[in-house]
Design a protein around this ligand. Structure first.
Ligand SMILES: C[S@@+](CC[C@H](N)C(=O)[O-])C[C@H]1O[C@@H](n2cnc3c(N)ncnc32)[C@H](O)[C@@H]1O
Length: 282
């Protein structure tokens, strides 16, 4: 890394030489996507209760990020584990949630040698499974790591939203987030790669004194609700609910007794699925 970039990193307290500026800087991630009311974690507790899952017991959060949801569940009596491909996120999660068990692993190939009552995969983490093989592999691993009748709960972007809806694809979205006295600006462009069925993202970061802007790429699989059902059923799940509203990241606020909309035109997609049969080896 060039010396001036290292100097900048030390001054601002951030890791800049990364392929994903946000996942390599977990505190900045929480600043960019705050959830002070723990809506995401409460959403999971509520749907697990609604679909007959346990209030306590074990929970694995896949793509656990900073561990803030894990800490919430742990403080309320769940035995939590988390998995993420980012070492920085896992280190941070271990500090935030000392009673949890966190591992650096790829969601497409993990093996934890235990089963859980609940598995969660929130904020589009599932959509890092880009190919059909990735998706099949991931869901089979989830099935194998769940007890019989265990629940898989996920929340993500909705591929069907993009049918006739271009509001997220038009122009560049600019945002500045303050962290540690520095304003970090991001400029984000999204477009659809139709052949790969991916929503692709280019995000350029800069901040005062930044030696050179960071230009980073990412992508999410675009999944349609009926397609998702089919993957889940093939992997040994009974689909209990698929809905777009409300959820932790929808305009309509989440509450425990909310009716679940099956219109499926909204920009978020949520599902609850129950593990059937014995499942494979862990
Ligand atoms: C949008 S963040 C969501 C974090 C957290 N679940 C939340 O809701 O705040 C997605 C997370 O998935 C992780 N991730 C991306 N690809 C992954 C993979 N192949 N295996 C495991 N984790 C992955 C990223 O490092 C990141 O922490």
């Amino acid at each position: 890394m060039p010396q001036r970039v290292q100097d900048q990193e030390q001054r601002a307290g951030v890791q800049v030489a990364s392929s994903n500026f946000l996942t390599d800087n977990p505190a900045l991630y929480e600043q960019q996507f705050p959830d002070p009311g723990h809506v995401a974690a409460r959403f999971v507790d509520d749907v697990v209760r609604r679909f007959g899952g346990p209030d306590a017991g074990s929970l694995l959060d896949i793509g656990c990020g900073t561990g803030r949801d894990a800490r919430y569940w742990s403080q309320r009596g769940r035995d939590v584990a988390g998995l993420d491909s980012s070492e920085r996120m896992v280190e941070y999660a271990r500090r935030q949630c000392p009673d949890g068990e966190f591992v650096v692993a790829d969601m497409r190939s993990f093996a934890l040698e235990r089963r859980f009552d609940v598995i969660t995969c929130l904020d589009s983490a599932l959509l890092y499974c880009h190919t059909n093989e990735d998706l099949d592999g991931f869901l089979q691993l989830c099935r194998a790591h769940l007890v019989q009748r265990g629940l898989l709960v996920a929340e993500m972007r909705n591929g069907a939203f993009f049918l006739g809806n271009t509001e997220l694809l038009d122009g560049v979205r600019e945002r500045t987030v303050e962290w540690d006295g520095v304003g970090y600006r991001s400029r984000t462009t999204l477009w659809i790669d139709h052949a790969a069925q991916l929503l692709r993202r280019r995000r350029i970061w800069d901040w005062p004194g930044c030696p050179e802007p960071l230009d980073q790429r990412s992508a999410w699989r675009l999944l349609f609700p009926l397609e998702l059902r089919s993957y889940l059923e093939r992997a040994g799940f009974e689909v209990l609910a698929v809905f777009d509203e409300p959820g932790p990241r929808t305009d309509s606020p989440w509450h425990a007794d909310a009716p679940l909309s099956e219109a499926l035109a909204g920009d978020r997609l949520h599902f609850v699925a129950r593990a059937c049969g014995a499942g494979g080896a862990v």
